[in-house]
Design a protein around this ligand. Structure first.
Ligand code: PLP
Length: 279
């Protein structure tokens, strides 16, 4: 909802936006459906999923109203370096564009206990999105937030009153408990434990299929974006896995990248192993 209302606040039909790809495709899709011209810059697999900053600088023009990034990234789990964050901020500043930073995976790091730094404060025009759904493991509460300049947040809030209208009292109460100093670290630890326990199980499974997969290990999030070396379309493969094995993973097609699969591994070990065994 935060992403949806932010796009509707900042952009109008005919505007231009630049979106990092691959990405959770919501911002791309909401902008596109609004009649926005959407350009992109890419995370490059051969650079360990680092962003192509030359491409970013070539697609950001005086017409760009918004640059949208997802950090840590869904689906690759890549975490931008401070230098890359600064370069993206500078690209936005150069043309006076807004930066929409979807940071819902911050706190779900695999290799460090230090949460991924926010884009907030890096340039003047930043909206930083957070949520209880990922690192806190509480998607059912439907609570998220936008950090941004008060005037823009007011405008987004006005749209919130036309969309969700309000969060439920129960969800708000539980969210306050989840974010309290006593509970917050425990929830983040729980997510990291799922990620850190699940990844080696997943990696063993990949290694047991030598030659079938290539993976740049995700730095964060309980998902891996795996390239597979089989002669089958990713949607067809996923449909077969659903219908024949009752296993659900996400086809690369959903990210515009056939021959990739997004696979979740942040699951209880027995459940994860059973799913992998079926595949
Ligand atoms: C990058 C990203 N942003 C936003 C969302 C939406 O999350 P929420 O459940 O908080 O609405 C998701 C959900 O998968 C996501 O991956």
């Amino acid at each position: 909802e935060a992403n949806f209302n932010a796009i509707h606040t900042l952009l109008a039909p005919g505007d231009e936006a630049v979106v990092m790809l691959p990405n959770y495709m919501q911002v791309w899709g909401v902008a596109y459906n609004l009649g926005v011209h959407v350009e992109s810059f890419h995370l490059k697999e051969d650079a360990g999923w680092a962003p192509d900053l030359d491409e970013l600088n070539s697609v950001v023009t005086a017409k760009t109203r918004l640059i949208a990034v997802c950090n840590p990234n869904n689906p690759t789990g890549y975490i931008l370096t401070e230098q890359e964050m600064d370069a993206i901020g500078a690209a936005a500043d150069r043309v006076g564009a807004w930066l929409l930073a979807d940071e819902v995976y911050s706190g779900a790091e695999r290799l460090t206990d230090t949460p991924t730094p926010s884009f907030w404060g890096r340039t003047e025009r930043v909206l930083a999105m957070g949520s209880l759904s990922k690192a806190y493991g509480l998607p059912g509460l439907r609570i998220g937030w936008v950090v941004g300049p008060p005037d823009i947040v007011d405008e987004i809030w006005a749209r919130h009153e036309y969309t969700a209208i309000s969060a439920t009292m129960l969800a708000n109460k539980l969210a306050a408990i989840a974010l309290s100093p006593q509970v917050r670290p425990r929830l983040l630890k729980r997510a990291r434990e799922y990620i850190r326990r699940g990844f080696p199980i997943f990696e063993d499974w990949l290694n047991a299929h030598e030659g079938a997969f290539t993976l740049i290990p995700p730095q964060a999030a309980a998902i891996a974006f795996v390239r597979y070396h089989l002669d089958i379309n990713s949607t067809k493969l996923v449909e077969r896995l659903m219908n024949e094995k009752s296993v659900f993973i996400v086809p690369g097609d959903h990210f515009g990248m056939d021959h990739y699969l997004r696979i979740s591994f942040g699951l209880p070990p027995d459940y994860l192993q059973a799913g992998l065994d079926r595949m």
